[in-house]
Write a protein that binds this ligand. Structure first.
Ligand code: NDP
Length: 262
């Protein structure tokens, strides 16, 4: 829907389609992309790591985040990139301008794929990052990978962390439709803090609703999904599309129609 919207808006002759590829069929599909007429594509679970061995090179973001989500050709070479961090930061810039104020302290809940993209983006914007995750070991691995500006804490430490937090980010799957809500007492959170949930179904998660009621600026995950699509489209079709209110409204309506409680 997103890429189709942009193709139509920009009057470009192209298509973005879904290809179901099994792990067994991955090599054949990727190595045959050029011949099949593709100029690139997105990669999603469970192939985001497996494609590393099939690309000629990857960009710094994919290398650091440890996952490829976008493919394009440079000459004959297939390149793998990761646009999630650009999407994450672009969404914050769009929905909460001035959120970083040059530097500051972010608190990231979760340590999975979305967290790695968030941390990569936040470090690029000079933020210090505290990570809290259910499985401590996963958070420790993430922190070792990204270096000393990332510190791991336990859930018990939230009370001390929240008053110093400028940006609170949920990257766990808690709060997603069908999952348990993320329940945190936001009372100690710094009054000026921005709260961002990368979950986008529902559009307003219980965490965002609670933050809004307390007067915080809130940012939902839909913008990240839309913004991460921009660099891929630009590489494939040679024109940089815009995330407009009209596009957002269209995708929001689709989410509401397919997940009525959202
Ligand atoms: P991963 O599976 O890589 O990570 C899941 C994270 O959630 C882990 O930190 C995991 O902790 C934590 N978690 C899961 N269940 C629980 C629970 N019951 N209690 C506490 N923590 C829990 O997933 P992703 O990082 O890829 O995705 C996470 C969320 O982000 C999803 O909802 C996804 O839809 C959303 N997302 C949104 C994007 C966007 O564009 N807006 C982009 C990518 C993801 P543990 O390590 O302990 O298992």
């Amino acid at each position: 829907m997103v890429h189709g919207h942009w193709l139509h808006e920009l009057g470009l002759d192209g298509a973005y389609e879904l290809a179901e590829v099994t792990p067994d069929g991955l090599d054949r599909f990727i190595l045959g992309m050029r011949k099949a007429g593709y100029v690139g594509g997105n990669v999603t679970v469970p192939h985001k790591q497996s494609v590393f061995r099939l690309v000629a090179r990857c960009d710094a973001a994919a290398e650091s985040i440890g996952a490829v989500n976008t493919l394009w050709f440079e000459g004959d070479a297939l390149v793998g990139g990761n646009t999630d961090a650009v999407g994450f930061i672009g969404n914050l810039d769009d929905r909460a301008p001035g959120w970083d104020n040059g530097a500051g302290q972010a608190l990231v809940l979760g340590a999975g794929g979305a967290a790695r993209a968030a941390v990569y983006g936040l470090l690029g914007r000079n933020m210090d990052v505290a990570v809290v995750n259910r499985t401590r070991e996963t958070a420790d691995t993430l922190a070792r990978h990204f270096g000393p500006r990332v510190r791991v804490h336990s859930w018990d430490e939230l009370l001390e962390l929240l008053p110093r937090t400028d940006l609170l980010v949920n990257t766990t799957s808690l709060g997603m439709l069908g999952k348990a809500p993320l329940i945190i007492d936001l009372a100690p959170l710094k009054a000026s803090a921005v709260v961002h949930d990368v979950v986008y179904v529902p559009l307003e998660t219980p965490l965002l609703a609670a933050a809004r009621r307390r007067g915080h600026r809130t940012v939902d995950g839909l913008g990240m999904l839309l913004q991460q699509a921009v660099p891929g489209f630009a590489r494939w079709f040679g024109a940089t599309p815009k995330v407009t209110d009209a596009l957002r409204a269209r995708v929001e309506a689709d989410i509401r129609a397919t997940s009525p409680v959202a």
